[in-house]
Design a protein around this ligand. Structure first.
Ligand SMILES: Nc1ncnc2c1ncn2[C@@H]1O[C@H](COP(=O)(O)OP(=O)(O)OP(=O)(O)O)[C@@H](O)[C@H]1O
Ligand SMILES: [Mg+2]
Length: 456
């Protein structure tokens, strides 16, 4: 049997290294981590058999980590280690789903006993879950259609996270259904009868976004003729959905972070913070991790948002979902205009199966809506689909080439972009050359007039 993998989380090096040594002596594989945040990142990427975590740590504490684990890896038992072993903290931890707790200081015997018990429990849990999944898995939630394994995973995560107040970050290409998922979380949560407030962070200028989110006091800036309640306050008790969160400026990001940490907002021009109770769901079609690396997105805010990630697969990576979606949209739009559509002619479905859907489900939805409106018979013919096949001149001359996989699509897009950029680049270089009297650096001159060359 493989060695059990145990994550050991404690901000004190002496403790986590001590525990690691005890566990390794017992034949386990232990991974010590110095913060809740780092541990969470590992848990998002890898499976573990057990987590032992300290309760009080700077940043993400043991309770917050525990709540995230209950969603990310619900089968993994968690042992909470506490230096402040009051009855309440222990009870709180157990109520939130901890398997057990351990008071500091503890002996090697105490810890190995608890670990042994927790791992035994895990084996039982694993076998019970296996039989549960035999009995069938969750299919579509709310209006979400698709039964691919990738979407099944999404449904499971929606149901798990809906029960909690944890912050969710939904990532996916445009049109993959991020907003639909956000609404499904709200609909399955205890907050379902409370407001769902969606804010599109692209549609507002920076100053407006802040006053929209946090509100403002009358007279706090030109144009603030009335005191305005911020959307955080409007969503109080319910769910706030921050769409395209990658578009928030660094200044607003700092303010948002503070609100999320303190759970209170201060309106612009105001002095008194207002406590708020919201579940936050954020969505992005950009890779926030890359933006963090580039310095355009705050790392601390990323970690605050990315507690429970939900990644939506693009449609061309789950081709099996195309057909159920087609059926769903045919019925939806047929009913809407009261037109009896029986289905797709065989050639039409084949064309859809070959198509790459760069605009994902939204594009498929538009294609079917148009086809339903335009079709002259009960069956949708291939020409009714009006698929935007890339022309041969756009794709390097191969007339039969239709991008299918994400990779092929990316390559096709890159080529198109290069073609578009080349003339601009050429014009730019020509312009620079003209301004420098056609002197190139090889002739001993700097390329642009602005550059100062070192004197002889
Ligand atoms: N799995 C699905 N089942 C049914 N309809 C879907 C599904 N996914 C997306 N849609 C539909 O496709 C359209 C786009 O979905 P949505 O607005 O949620 O995407 P998005 O990821 O938020 O896109 P964007 O990044 O462009 O905002 C909506 O009309 C939605 O109802
Ligand atoms: Mg959206």
């Amino acid at each position: 049997m493989a060695k059990a993998r145990i994550l050991v989380v404690d901000d004190e090096a002496v403790i986590r290294e001590g525990v690691r040594r005890i566990l390794e002596k017992e034949g386990y594989q232990a991974e010590p981590k110095a913060s809740g945040r780092i541990a969470l990142e590992r848990l998002q990427a890898e499976d573990y058999d057990l987590v032992i975590t300290d309760l009080k740590m700077p940043g993400m504490g043991g309770m917050e980590l525990l709540k995230a684990i209950r969603i990310l890896q619900p089968d993994v038992p968690v042992i909470i280690v506490t230096g402040y072993s009051t009855v309440e903290t222990a009870v709180d931890a157990m109520k939130s789903g901890a398997f057990d707790y351990l008071a500091k200081p503890f002996t090697p015997v105490q810890i190995s006993e608890k670990v042994h018990k927790a791992l035994e429990q895990r084996t039982v849990l694993l076998s019970r879950n296996a039989s549960e999944s035999d009995r069938g898995q969750a299919t579509g939630i709310g209006n979400i259609v698709g039964e691919s394994p990738q979407m099944q995973k999404v449904y499971r995560r929606i149901l798990q996270v809906a029960k909690t107040d944890s912050t969710v970050l939904i990532s996916g290409e445009s049109g993959t259904g991020k907003e639909l998922v956000a609404r499904a979380i709200q609909q399955n949560s205890p907050r379902k009868d409370q407001p769902f407030v969606a804010v599109d962070c692209t549609s507002l200028a920076e100053s407006l976004l802040e006053s929209e989110l946090f509100g403002h006091i009358k007279g706090s800036f030109t144009g603030a003729v009335q005191t305005k309640m911020g959307l955080f306050k409007v969503a109080d008790g319910g769910t706030l959905f921050l769409d395209e969160v990658s578009n928030i400026s660094l200044t607003t990001q700092a303010k948002l972070l503070r609100v999320l940490q303190e759970r209170e907002v201060t309106p612009i021009g105001g002095t008194k913070p207002i406590p708020i109770d919201i579940r936050l769901i954020a969505a992005t079609n950009k890779c926030l991790k890359e933006m963090v690396a580039e310095g355009t997105f705050r790392e601390d805010l990323f970690f605050r948002l990315n507690i429970i990630p939900i990644d939506l697969p693009s449609l061309c990576d789950r081709k099996g979902d195309v057909e159920p979606l087609v059926r769903y949209f045919l019925k939806k739009f047929g009913d809407e205009i009261d037109k009896e559509i029986r289905g797709l002619a065989p050639g039409a479905m084949a064309m859809l199966n070959k198509y790459s859907f760069p605009g994902n489900v939204r594009e498929l939805e538009n294609i079917i809506e148009r086809a339903v409106v335009l079709s002259c018979s009960e069956l949708i013919e291939p020409e009714d689909l009006e698929l935007p096949m890339p022309g041969p001149q756009d794709l390097g001359g191969d007339e039969n080439f239709v991008p299918r996989t994400t990779e092929e699509l990316k390559e096709a897009k890159r080529e198109l972009r290069e073609r578009a950029v080349a003339p601009i680049e050429k014009a730019f270089v020509l312009d620079a050359l003209k301004r420098n009297d056609w002197n190139t650096p090889e002739q001993g001159r700097p390329p642009l007039k602005k550059t100062v060359s070192p004197g002889p």
